[in-house]
Design a protein around this ligand. Structure first.
Ligand code: FAD
Length: 369
């Protein structure tokens, strides 16, 4: 770990302390923590320095994301949303839009990315949200669901259909016609501020349309998801590390039948599986981030593989850790109980396990020719 990364970890570690369980139970992250991390550029640490960011590459940004994920998946989810919004703006926006919006995101404003709709989950091409031109302005109409961090956001990056193609627009959360309805009692990442959004004829200036619009919808999704998937994958590495640490410590100290749990072979097998899942996820993420930093065409498949292995590993690893801890983790407020709930959702978002498998199968066929 280099020095800069150690500093970032210390800054977040000091702010989070032992509060993550309480935030999860309350279903809320403190505004002061989000503003402080946002203002220090830590929620989108990969934004280049010219836009006020820390300019971390994917490998360093990933390791930092894993650390935050080991502390609090809700906070890591907000970080993923902020980073995904920033990346989408960076890739799609004009130089002027990058200067305007990225500086706001590295200066403490919070953003969320709204793609999913009631009828467009895994199949985002079924999106119905409309973005059209009306004189000098643009109009946005549609409904989005499960937008992470929406309850905290100042800005939404919203995707929709524009003419025969797609567009992404930056929408102030307080614009006339925007309704934010928090998702009640989410099963996991309870403090991540999920909300359903309605946009009723929201009027936007032309400068709000990233790159002028008209990009292919599929390109728009893959751009945003490229960042989202690697970030979630690293977050899952963090969940695995938290589970491994709690399970190993418990197995070493808790005695049953006259010896520590770790010395019972069936428990040792659980620990070996958990350890292997953490190692496999870490290596897959490191490889994907290296590909991303090198701009390699291999990055698309490498990122999907990392996301698939990490999310699946975290969901299984958290369940294994819960088994090792027994009743000790059978209560809300325990890090492993929280990990079980948070990790399950990671198998659904940013391309579910099945969608990842389909992409990997297509890649296997294409590269075997
Ligand atoms: P569906 O698409 O209805 O799928 C249901 C099941 O069917 C899944 O298991 C899926 O894998 C399977 N399935 C679907 N199609 C196929 C197929 N072709 N082959 C095999 N199996 C298939 N969206 C945003 O835009 N922004 C966010 O910030 C955001 N955050 C989220 C946070 C959480 C905690 C959750 C739960 C969701 C979030 N979402 C967000 C939405 C998320 O992206 C969708 O839930 C996800 O894409 C899956 O869509 P769906 O839930 O509609 O499931």
């Amino acid at each position: 770990m280099n020095e800069a990364r150690a500093d970032l970890r210390a800054a977040v570690g000091a702010l989070v302390g032992d509060q993550a369980a309480g935030w999860d139970l309350a279903g809320l992250l403190p505004a002061g923590v989000l503003r402080k991390l946002g203002g220090d550029g830590l929620l989108c640490a990969e934004v280049p320095a010219e836009y006020g960011g820390l300019g971390l590459n994917s490998q360093d940004g990933g390791a930092f994301t894993a650390y935050v994920g080991s502390l609090c998946s809700s906070l890591r989810s907000v970080m993923t949303s902020q980073g995904m919004a920033a990346w989408t703006i960076q890739r799609m926006g004009t130089p002027l839009q990058c200067r305007e919006y990225l500086r706001r995101l590295t200066g403490g404003e919070l953003a969320a990315v709204a793609f999913s709709e009631p009828q467009a989950g895994s199949d985002l091409s079924a999106m119905r949200t409309q973005i059209w031109r009306d004189g000098d302005e643009f109009v946005l109409d549609g409904t989005k669901v499960w937008t992470t961090a929406a309850c905290y956001a100042d800005l939404f990056v919203v995707a929709g259909v524009h003419r025969q193609a797609g567009a992404a627009v930056v929408v102030p959360a307080r614009a006339v016609g925007v309704t934010v309805e928090p998702v009640a009692n989410p099963a996991g990442c309870r403090a991540a501020g999920h909300a359903n959004l309605r946009f009723d004829s929201v009027r936007l200036p032309a400068e709000a349309v990233l790159g002028g619009g008209g990009q292919p919808l599929s390109w728009l999704f893959t751009t945003a998801l490229g960042y989202g998937r690697i970030s979630v994958a690293w977050g899952c590495v963090g969940i695995l590390r938290a589970c491994l640490s709690a399970a190993a410590a418990h197995a070493a100290t808790r005695r049953q039948f006259g010896k520590p749990l770790a010395e019972h072979q069936l428990v040792a097998r659980h620990l070996a599986e958990l350890y292997s899942a953490e190692r496999v996820a870490t290596w897959a993420c490191e490889h994907a981030s290296r590909c991303r930093d090198a701009g390699s065409p291999e990055q698309v498949a490498a990122i999907v593989l990392a996301k698939y292995l990490s999310a699946r590993g975290a969901a299984r690893g958290a369940a294994i850790a819960a088994q090792i801890l027994g009743s000790a983790a059978a209560q809300d407020g325990h890090v492993v109980a929280r990990a079980c709930r948070d990790a399950k959702l990671m198998e659904i978002i940013e391309g579910s396990n099945e969608i990842c498998q389909l992409i990997l199968a297509q890649h296997a066929v294409a590269t075997s020719r």
